[in-house]
Design a protein around this ligand. Structure first.
Ligand code: GDP
Ligand code: IMO
Ligand code: MG
Length: 426
């Protein structure tokens, strides 16, 4: 049977999903994003060129692959058009093979304004969002007042809807003492987006179900990661969408039975950008060393990522939430210079072992990680392409990781380039 595959982040995002999806895309007819928005930053290296995609699926560099932005994505039209222009200017043709759902909810400038005011008011307790308006746009979706792509195609009434929303947001902004929004420039910009987007807009659920019926295969591309999932992540320090594999069905309008397998992408260590609990965060020296070796700076915001050790219990939790069939372990090479590599094998809370991943940030920020120290390999794995060529200590580390997460490893990444990858059969 031909298989559709969901590829999801196991940790707090930035696991290297872009690279993995780009490689796997060669085997699929279509790559579909099902959630998130331009808060994502997916880096793909094509030859000597590095491209960062925010909204457009990471399959776009394969000319015969169709790419879909599903209804579950929060779409900022300006960000989308900019990304299309960037790709076209670089010689990647998107016309006729990139599609946006007519049901995508839209991000408008007032979402960013409200988010900015809210984050500021939270002070030390802020989430540390990407400031793209993601949270407030999904709030409007759940509040049943959001504007959608289909509204842009029906310009009659659009201005009235925008003005009503601006009134509403201005009440909120006033209560925060923030600068109010003028609806007129938004009305004129968004009226123009309809014409610019029209060629991309279809009912993507119909498109995908048609591909499925025709026996074509689809890769479902997750953004963010399981620990940032609105339901299953480290709430409230999460994003506002369903990043885990369960989001693929609702975010695309396909039946869950069409998600045949799930691959989780995890770094060989852990990073997190933004606030919130991070049990295995390293001490300052190791944190800086990992960041420097791994170039751990946000692909969207440029913020330094917080760095730490592989969190076994969190990854095992993510494996269960997603029903992972396989793992892609990335950035192994970043650990090349460490003489000893701690691996978190359990949590204790108030002196007792915890058997479940805690639901609340307060507990999670107080748990004590229990580590097993692995011997480092202290030799370069950079660019290794065969399992047999990995040093024994690196093989042992990966075998333990796979056993702990109870998921076989299908891919190991040893560098940012497509070819710096070990494929493990079966
Ligand atoms: P994503 O959001 O999951 O797609 O990941 P990002 O693109 O935000 O961050 C991953 C970063 O690591 C990018 O800069 C990649 O080019 C880089 N990268 C991916 N795999 C590897 C690897 O195996 N080794 C190294 N050194 N870098 C990698
Ligand atoms: P990719 O797809 C890493 C984080 C933000 C913040 C929280 C909420 O590249 O892995 P938001 O703007 O979504 O409301 O911010 O989520 N965050 C990410 N962290 N990778 C991402 O995407 C992220 N998208 C959002 O830093 O902590
Ligand atoms: Mg990223």
């Amino acid at each position: 049977m031909k298989k559709n595959l969901a590829v999801v982040g196991v940790q707090w995002g930035d696991e290297g999903k872009g690279k993995i999806v780009d490689i796997l895309s060669a085997n699929f007819s279509c790559v579909a994003r099902y959630q998130g928005g331009h808060n994502a930053g997916h880096t793909v290296k094509v030859g000597s060129l590095t491209r960062v995609l925010h909204l457009i699926p990471s399959g776009i560099f394969h000319a015969d692959v169709h790419c879909v932005i599903g209804n579950g994505v929060a779409l900022d039209p300006e960000a989308f058009l900019e990304e299309c222009a960037m790709l076209e200017a670089a010689g990647t043709n998107v016309a006729g093979r990139l599609f946006i759902s007519n049901r995508c909810h839209l991000i408008l400038p007032y979402h960013r304004a409200v988010e900015g005011a809210m984050e500021q008011s939270l002070g030390e307790g802020r989430i540390g969002t990407t400031s793209r308006g993601i949270g407030p746009a999904y709030e409007d979706k759940a509040g049943r007042r959001g504007l959608r792509v289909c509204d842009l195609l029906e310009p009659e009434g659009l201005d009235a809807k925008i003005r009503q929303q601006v009134d509403d947001k201005n009440r909120t902004l006033r209560s925060f003492g923030a600068t109010l929004i003028d609806p007129e420039p938004i009305c004129s910009a968004y009226s123009a987006y309809g014409a610019k987007l029209r060629a991309f807009v279809v009912d993507t659920s119909t498109l995908l179900n048609g591909l499925i019926r025709a026996g074509k295969t689809i890769l479902f591309e997750g953004a963010q990661g399981t620990l940032l999932d609105l339901d299953h992540g480290t709430f409230p320090f999460v994003t506002s969408s369903s990043a885990a594999a369960g989001g693929a069905a609702t975010g695309l309008g396909i039946a869950p039975k069409h998600v045949h397998a799930v691959m989780g992408v995890a770094k060989a260590y852990t990073t997190r950008v933004g606030s919130g609990p991070f049990p295995t965060e390293a001490e300052a020296g190791d944190d800086a060393r990992i960041r420097e070796r791994g170039r751990e700076f946000g692909a969207t915001t440029g913020r330094p990522r917080r760095c730490g050790w592989f969190d076994g219990p969190a990854a095992r939790y993510a494996a269960a939430i997603n029903g992972l069939d396989s793992l892609a372990v990335t950035k192994l090479d970043v650990l090349d210079t460490f003489a000893e590599i701690p691996f978190c094998v359990g949590y204790t809370y108030k002196g007792s072992p915890l058997n479940e991943f805690p639901p609340d940030a307060a507990t999670l920020s107080r748990i004590e990680p229990q580590y097993r120290a692995f011997k480092g390999w202290t030799t370069s794995t950079s660019g290794i392409r065969e399992w047999k060529d990995l040093p024994k200590a690196a093989q042992d580390y990966l075998k333990h990781l796979s056993e702990f997460v109870e998921t076989p490893i299908a891919m190991v990444s040893t560098g940012a380039e497509r070819d710096d990858t070990i494929l493990i059969k079966n």
